[in-house]
Ligand binder design. Sequence first.
Ligand SMILES: C[S@@+](CC[C@H](N)C(=O)[O-])C[C@H]1O[C@@H](n2cnc3c(N)ncnc32)[C@H](O)[C@@H]1O
Length: 377
Amino acid sequence: MVEKRYEWADGAKLEEHSRRKHKILREYVFDYLTVRCRLPQQERFRLAIVDGFAGGGRYQCGSLGSPLIFIEELKRAVEAVNTQRAVQGLGAVEVECLLVFNDANRDAIELLKTHVAPMQAEASQSCPKLHLRVEYLNEFFEAAYPDIKSLLGQGRYRSVIFNLDQCGHSHVERNTILDIMHSYPAAEIFYTFVISSLLAFLQKDQPERLRAQLDHLGLTSNDIQALDALMSQKDWLGTAEKIVFDAFRLCAPYVSPFSINNPGGWRYWLIHFANAYRARQVYNNILHDNASLQAHFGRSGLNMLSYDPKHDEGMLYLFDISGRVSAKNQLLGDIPRLIMECGDAMPVMDFYESIYNITPAHADDVHAAIIETQTLR
Ligand SMILES: C[S@@+](CC[C@H](N)C(=O)[O-])C[C@H]1O[C@@H](n2cnc3c(N)ncnc32)[C@H](O)[C@@H]1O
């Protein structure tokens, strides 16, 4: 596959799948900060955001790129958190954020600096509770990773978000994903890739396994080019999610396998890795607030990938109202079954920890099913 080159200096074009990804990132950062600054006695919160494939900061159409979205949302969230705290009679929280922006393209990084500087200056004027420090790197991500780790280590950051918005699939090693998830107690990664690049990698790395996974679509693993014609079929989406989940499930306790929704063909994936169930809960809720930005095919309750395409009917779940109706129905059966498998009672925390890697459901639908079935004590 020929990789897309970004000509930042002449104005890069914002593709539809990137626009959708930006909306998710934007809302996630806002909600993340709201959740992490909730303790009444809290005075300070520290985090680091690493944008490993940062780009030039602005697109031809004027839309912001991911680094500027991070700054804008941090500012908006710090203001909202502190307004809310003032209403509750609580003290303000100071937020310290290290932003590490890396891109292999020198033009991109130089252009990015010109966009970030005024925004950073404005944020420090208008939002004194937000303290931003920005570091720039101009390397291939894998070459930059040791320096990134050392910056995070010097600052003893425990809460770290990586945005790995690569072109293709091959610019981030699996071991690096594992290292990130193991190095920081509250690590999260947004990881983007093109499914055809992942398949090409698996074709070399695990040909037999891939052949078995693609078998029911009537394809062999040598036939990947032929997949292009199938990419808008729901069955393809279900199969691809299983392949994605299988490829990454050991990288983190919580791995979302959802594709960026594009009924013209499910080609681009945005997956979220997290160490804590709460992060995945926030992520699932954001997808529901933005129905049809991401897509899932399979079950909508627990065990979302457990349907068998040869025997079961999966469904397209677009995180919308009609999907939620079916999720509620499935959860009414799935939740009591899960509890029964453990005996007849289960601590609430264990319950959340055991479900959030296996469901696309909204927290409200999970809670409604718990109340209706009176399963948790
Ligand atoms: C999809 S664009 C990034 C867009 C940006 N994250 C945004 O949302 O606005 C991918 C960027 O990765 C850069 N790039 C390509 N290969 C890279 C590598 N191995 N390491 C770091 N950057 C790379 C390109 O120069 C390009 O700017």
